[in-house]
Design a protein around this ligand. Structure first.
Ligand code: CP
Length: 309
């Protein structure tokens, strides 16, 4: 791949190569001295038009650990605030000769659009409700770390699927890895047509949906994308679709994940989020290793073998 825009365009060999290298990078992150300068001399720009804690920070740590120079554009202080278009912003940034631009934007498909105006590799760090491929890669990697492989594993994606870029990227990726994916939420957020469109099972009854699953990826209710317009009230949502210990009594081996940030008490209770079945902190640690592996895949020369470092 020349850019990372979607999990749809990744083939199985590429996915497994990214995972195998991420395992080696996890070992590097556990060393007292973490730096391995295989991307020395490369310039990475992170450009986030929407807020982020995990994705932006972990891309920055990943790039710096690999020895690249990482520059974060502060969008709120940038000329975008004076009305500069995304095309002009990208043409301007491209003139500074970056090797890679990590972009988050509220509009779907903007990362794909800007590939027309830059010679840099583009990484989609979340575009509207379309995709968030690096999140899906770290989610699948975390599940494989736990289960070994995902062949026939039953993975439920719970919540605000309508607005979720994490859901879409995960559906494409988990199915490629052999998992059986189901969705659950109110019919306003988990629409009947998703079943045919995406070849997944759709449930509107949470107790039925969780009875037999191996893992649940809980999604954030995206109030900033007007998700509240699709639910009667947050109180009612948490009664019918909030994940709590009581609900999991019949399936207490199930693995719980959440991409973050969480609305505690709405889509997930604190006893579940902080409980022993949750892999939420592992997801964050793995996120750095996966993003190192993505940079390596896109930017390193073949001669820069990780094995010799
Ligand atoms: N999961 C995720 O994208 O988190 P941030 O918005 O904090 O980057």
């Amino acid at each position: 791949i020349s850019h990372l825009l979607s999990t749809k365009y990744l083939d199985l060999d590429e996915i497994l190569e990214i995972f195998n290298n991420a395992k080696k990078f996890l070992e590097v992150l556990n060393r007292p001295t973490k730096k391995i300068p295989i991307l020395k001399g490369k310039l990475i720009l992170t450009v986030f038009f929407e807020p982020s804690t995990r994705t932006r920070t972990s891309f920055e740590i990943a790039g710096k650990t690999l020895g690249a120079d990482v520059v974060n554009l502060s969008v709120s202080q940038s000329s975008a605030k004076k009305g500069e278009t995304i095309k002009d912003t990208c043409l301007t940034l491209n003139a500074m000769k970056p090797d890679c631009i990590v972009l988050r934007h509220s509009v779907s498909k903007i990362p794909e659009y800007i590939t027309n105006f830059t010679s840099a590799k583009i990484i989609n760090a979340g575009d509207g409700s379309n995709e968030h491929p690096s999140q899906a890669l770290l989610d699948a990697f975390t599940l494989m770390q736990h289960f070994g492989d995902l062949e026939d594993r039953k993975i439920l994606i719970l919540g605000d699927v309508l607005n979720s870029r994490v859901a879409r990227s995960n559906i494409w990726l988990l199915k490629k890895l052999g998992a059986k994916v189901s969705l659950c939420g109110p019919s306003t957020l988990v629409r009947e047509e998703f079943e045919k469109e995406w070849d997944v099972d759709v449930y509107w009854d949470l107790d039925k949906a969780i009875s037999n699953v191996d893992a649940i990826i809980v999604l954030r209710i995206q109030l900033e994308r007007a998700a509240s317009a699709w639910i009667p009230s947050t109180r009612e949502y948490s009664i019918f679709y909030g994940l709590n210990r009581e609900r999991l009594i019949k399936n207490n081996n199930v693995i719980i994940m959440h991409p973050g940030p969480m609305n505690r008490g709405l889509e997930i209770s604190s006893d579940i989020a902080d409980g022993s079945n949750a892999l939420i902190r592992d997801q964050v640690t793995n996120g750095v290793a996966i993003r190192m592996s993505i940079f390596y895949h896109l930017l390193a020369r073949k001669a820069d073998s990780i094995g010799i470092i």
